[in-house]
Write a protein that binds this ligand. Structure first.
Ligand code: NAD
Ligand code: TDX
Length: 336
């Protein structure tokens, strides 16, 4: 089988490529990535040593390039990770999010339809459901809930999900969608909460916590997400949506304090800053469909996952130092 993995030079895509090369060496993999600020070819250096892996630089919005690639490669499976993924950037500049996340998905759907792929899998997010109140811990998002996105990012992801489902209903394109909670682990770009806090703490810089730090996220170690996607690709039913989550709800302040403690740094580095506009209060996934249909559950608890993640950032200083010293610094200085 030949896989197209879009956005594979980013955080989750990179982890997914290494997961598949390890557990499914019998398949062929092509990664298509535009290499935006979030895409890093260095992530895939080891993957390039595999004969069954190839990298193509390109934009999923570029219809000609995408159609030529599909014609040439005859993909069986498409897994679409490519997206603008950062909520704060979507608040600053929504347009790029609509172009990549919505129109880019449409181009991939059209190509998948024309060239008859066996499965189109869309990587989506818990954020499409909106948020939950902080004082109703019994509430969780279900696959059947209405979509009620809050930010331009989540609105663009929700739009893409609706398009994917429309292509299933109208054209019988064999699609699946997975909606996952907050990932953490190796290769995550330092604009996101966990790597940002690790790196700032290592540099004895202030840790900017939005609002009061009471917002709740449901954290999943990235490899557990990759495993769930693999299961859906093998056993998921066409036209279905699957929630994936870590069953690991934590307030942001708790996450930040855990990181400080593990690094032996003082809580006095925490600085409460202006809240994110429209900041979602709480995400929590009901993952009973994945558990009941496939017996899937996340394997990594937060303690283990955060230790592995911190270790990765300690061992890979060159990786993040290059990012932190470049173009990203201008964004950081504007934001904080
Ligand atoms: P990321 O920002 O680290 O990586 C995105 C990748 O997509 C980058 O390599 C980038 O170069 C590439 N890309 C962007 N625009 C492109 C375009 N027009 N054409 C081709 N490639 C393009 O993001 P991530 O955190 O790895 O997220 C991957 C996917 O998972 C996204 O679809 C995101 O919405 C979804 N998701 C992320 C999380 C999370 O916690 N990070 C949770 C749930 C779902
Ligand atoms: O500096 C910060 N301070 C802070 O308090 C940053 C960057 C974040 N936060 C808060 C905002 C959120 O409540 O931490 C929480 C996590 O923030 P992000 O890492 O930006 O993630 P989030 O907005 O929850 O979205 C993530 O999960 C769902 C991913 O970025 C999305 O791509 C995914 O769909």
């Amino acid at each position: 089988m030949k896989y197209l993995i879009t956005g594979g030079a980013g955080f989750i895509g990179t982890n997914f490529i290494y997961y598949m090369l390890e557990y499914h060496p019998e398949h062929e993999y092509v990664c298509l990535d535009k290499l935006t600020y979030a895409g890093n070819l260095a992530n895939l250096q080891k993957a390039m040593e595999y004969k069954n892996f190839r990298f193509v630089k390109g934009d999923i919005v570029d219809r000609r390039l995408v159609f030529d690639l599909f014609e040439q490669e005859k993909f069986d499976i498409v897994v679409n990770f490519a997206a603008e993924s950062h909520v704060d950037r979507s608040i600053e500049n929504p347009e790029l999010f609509l172009v990549t996340n919505v129109l880019g998905t449409q181009v991939l759907l059209d190509a998948s339809r024309k060239f008859g792929v066996k499965r189109f899998h869309q990587i989506s997010t818990d954020e499409v459901y909106g948020d939950l109140p902080l004082d109703r811990p019994e509430l969780k998002f279900k696959e059947t809930d209405n979509l009620k996105p809050s930010s331009p990012y989540s609105a663009s992801k929700a739009s893409a999900d609706l398009l994917v489902l429309a292509y299933y209903r109208t054209y019988k394109l064999p699609v699946t969608i997975s909606r996952c909670s907050n990932n953490y682990g190796p290769y995550q770009f330092p604009e996101k909460l966990i790597p940002l806090m690790i790196i700032n703490a290592l540099n004895d810089k202030e840790l900017p916590v939005y609002g009061t730090g009471q917002n709740v996220r449901d954290w999943i170690y990235v490899t557990d997400h990759c495993e769930a996607i693999d299961i859906i690709l093998q056993r998921g039913k066409e036209g279905e949506v699957y929630n994936i989550g870590g069953s690991c709800e934590k307030r942001n302040i708790e996450v930040v304090k855990t990181i400080l403690k593990k690094l032996g740094k003082p809580d006095s580095l925490i600085r409460f800053v202006k809240d994110r506009p429209g900041h979602d209060l709480r995400y929590a996934m009901d993952t009973s469909k994945m558990e009941e249909e496939f017996g899937w559950k996340p394997k990594t608890d937060f303690e283990e996952g955060i230790e592995k993640t911190i270790k990765w950032y300690l061992d890979n200083e060159h990786w993040w130092k290059e990012i932190v010293s470049g173009e990203y610094m201008k964004y950081y200085e504007k934001m904080y």
